[in-house]
Design a protein around this ligand. Structure first.
Ligand code: TLP
Length: 349
């Protein structure tokens, strides 16, 4: 097979473009000043999101990173200690905002596939002592990005929430891809949100919106988060232009995530059969595929630039690990082309 005719962008589901219906909705959105709570489109989106996740209220913010930061600040006080998974997005990819801006001490806990073991949480808790910061929050991530888009089950979340309750801690979920987690497990998303105090999810990943993330929680928390968002300069005016595609995403883009999962599986199974490529098939549960190319004798950066020469875009995770993410616009035929290109690279690394 020759060079693919069109770029196949597997870097992230964040590269998805709004659908025609979303663009139309943006054009026609009814708008107002959201700082005055007068944007009807934002209000509708927030009400829809709160209902979908089974919480009192919701807040639209600009990005997943802002959602996590607003939530961290609103769930804690400066100087507190926060327990989180060692590979979590908050710990790795948010420019240290948890410390730099929120003034918190992140306490990473290792796991094998992204789900925190309640016994390890228990072991990390410290007794009241003048030397120690107060531990007030546990953060989980679902699906878990750096573990390969793995899902956390309602039972696992409930077990973590029991430790949280016993010790008076709050439980927050970075659910950037929470609908992927729900669709993969064929469950109502409320079963994943039920046992956390609050959570966020992203509109601008697999749901294909151009901008935005949503925080959901109880009324008191969301009021606090609204003020925190303002502190961070995140109060928006006619934000209905962002909210309008969000409403369509929640109505129409969730069930199709299954297609992305199916394509990721085809990709992973193809890669697993390819000599010199190693991957954990068990970890491929949603739309993210990581694979190791160490045995090829080139770095992941070199591998990714060879892919790019052939019109395929991917990201590196570390020196020998490559990441590919499926999303709207990636069809089965693109996956087949990608596998064929990879076979070519392997024959001639
Ligand atoms: N993740 C991005 C990159 O930052 C790595 C991606 O392409 O996967 N939580 C999780 C679990 C995420 O994966 C991301 C984005 C965020 C938070 C932050 O969202 P944004 O990019 O909207 O700030």
């Amino acid at each position: 097979m020759g060079k693919p005719s069109k770029l196949i962008d597997l870097r992230s589901d964040t590269v998805t473009l709004p659908t025609d219906e979303m663009r139309e909705a943006i054009r026609h959105a009814e708008l107002g000043d959201d700082v005055f709570r007068e944007d009807p489109t934002v209000n509708t989106l927030e009400e829809t999101a709160a209902e979908l996740l089974g919480k009192d209220a919701a807040l639209l913010v600009t990005s997943g990173t802002q959602a996590n930061l607003v939530s961290l600040i609103s769930n804690t006080k400066r100087g507190d200690m926060v327990l989180l998974e060692a590979e979590s997005h908050i710990y790795w990819y948010e420019v240290g905002a948890i410390s730099v801006v929120a003034g918190l001490l992140p306490w990473p806990i290792r796991s094998t596939s992204g789900a925190l073991d309640p016994r390890r949480i228990q072991a990390a808790l410290r007794p009241a002592n003048i030397h120690f910061p107060d531990t007030t929050l546990i953060c989980i991530e679902n699906t878990h990005n750096r573990h390969g888009g793995t899902v956390i089950t309602p039972r696992q979340i409930e077990a973590i929430s029991e430790v949280a309750k016993t010790h008076g801690l709050k439980l927050y979920m970075d659910g950037a891809r929470i609908f992927n987690a729900a669709v993969a497990q064929k469950i109502n998303v409320k079963r994943l949100s039920k046992h956390v105090d609050n959570l966020m999810f992203c509109l601008s990943k697999g749901l294909s919106c151009p901008v935005g993330s949503i925080i959901v929680g109880d009324n008191e928390f969301i009021e606090k988060a609204r003020k925190t968002r303002k502190t961070l300069g995140g109060g928006m005016r006619q934000a209905g232009v962002i909210a309008a595609p969000g409403i369509i995403a929640l109505e129409k883009m969730i069930t199709r995530l299954e297609d992305d999962h199916r394509n990721a599986r085809i990709l992973a199974e193809g890669l697993a059969k390819t000599p010199d490529i190693k991957l954990e098939l068990d970890h491929v549960q949603t739309n993210i595929v990581y694979f190791n190319i160490y045995a090829l004798g080139i770095t992941s950066t070199q591998f990714v630039s060879k892919l790019k020469e052939q019109g395929i875009l991917a990201l590196t995770l570390d020196e020998s690990t490559v990441r590919m993410v499926t999303h709207l616009g990636i069809e089965k035929s693109h996956i087949e082309e990608t596998l064929a290109v990879i076979e070519g690279i392997i024959r001639n690394p």
